[in-house]
Design a binder for this molecule. Structure first.
Ligand code: GUN
Length: 293
């Protein structure tokens, strides 16, 4: 069994980004600039945005965070989006989700210029991704694709099973791995809550991507010998083994699946650390105008 070490890979990629950014700045150019908009007091969202800010600092990128109160109107958020769309010093930006209930998230996402949508949430980026055109790919699928590449995992002709059909993970993963490219050229089955015989289908997978949002959903009986197992789940559960009184677990029962898998991502330290790095990579691409030239 090989552990797919997302934490170490993320660290390595951050070093690569930092080197590239330092070279730009040393040459007298402006470095990449990421902006983020966060509305309201959701603690998890603040933790994520703080993490994004810290990651920018670590690689030498500029970040601007717009922290707005819960009662900010939709119009005000749209005005900030408009401002960032037109600010030539900002390469890309994100609006942290969820937004307060009085704001229409789709309307906000649709108002972001696709060229600056480093989250890859705008329908233009999702559509371009599906067509195999250059596009910003959202953080989790991008991170998984990067892990597959960096661990030289063969995907061509393989049977991939994706568990979960969310817009930001399951659905894009199924599209990306069936594209004519590497990683890709796989035969993909997308399973969801209405799938019949899900356990048998999972067991047919050479590569199993689990994004169901159910703690320890996958056990050794659902995994083929030598399968590659990618766990996207992250759940906080009570534990008397840790000082904090909780621990993080995935959608995969790691201890039971580990002996079956050829490669497996742990939780924590697998897919999770790759997501912020993916946002940094998208910001770098935005700065270099790699996607929309
Ligand atoms: N909320 C949870 N994850 C994300 C993300 O990747 N981007 C944004 N904008 N909001 C989120």
């Amino acid at each position: 069994m090989n552990l797919i070490d997302g934490k170490a890979t993320a660290k390595q990629i951050k070093m690569e980004i930092a080197t590239e950014v330092a070279a730009m700045i040393d040459a007298g150019h402006e470095g990449p600039h990421l902006a983020a908009v966060i509305v309201g007091d959701d603690p998890a969202s603040h933790t994520y945005v703080n993490g994004k800010e810290k990651a920018c600092q670590e690689v030498g990128m500029t970040s601007s965070i717009y922290r707005l109160p819960e009662d900010t109107s939709e119009k005000e958020v749209l005005e900030i989006v408009d401002f960032l769309n037109n600010d030539d010093h900002v390469d890309g930006f994100i609006v942290q989700l969820p937004l307060p209930k009085h704001i229409d998230e789709n309307k906000v996402i649709m108002s972001i210029k696709p060229e600056k949508d480093v989250d890859g949430f705008h329908p233009v980026n999702v559509g371009r991704m599906a067509l195999g055109l250059p596009a910003y790919i959202s953080a989790t699928p991008f991170g998984i694709m990067e892990l597959i590449k960096r661990y030289n995992i063969e995907t061509e002709g393989k049977r991939v099973v994706v568990l979960g059909r969310s817009n930001i993970v399951g659905s894009p993963m199924s599209i990306l791995l069936s594209r004519k490219a590497y990683p890709g050229n796989a035969t993909v089955t997308l399973c969801h809550s209405r799938t019949k015989n899900l356990k048998q289908i999972a067991k047919s997978a050479d590569i199993l991507i689990v994004a169901m949002g159910q703690p320890h959903f996958v056990n050794e009986e659902m995994v083929k010998k030598n399968a590659v197992v990618i766990d996207v789940g992250i759940h906080r559960v009570a534990s008397d083994q840790t000082k904090s009184g909780f621990r993080l677990i995935g959608d995969v029962d790691f201890d039971r699946v580990i002996s079956k898998a050829s490669y497996i991502t742990p939780v924590p330290g697998g897919v999770g650390p790759m997501t912020i790095v993916s946002l940094l990579l998208n910001t770098l691409k935005a700065h270099k105008k790699e996607i929309y030239s």
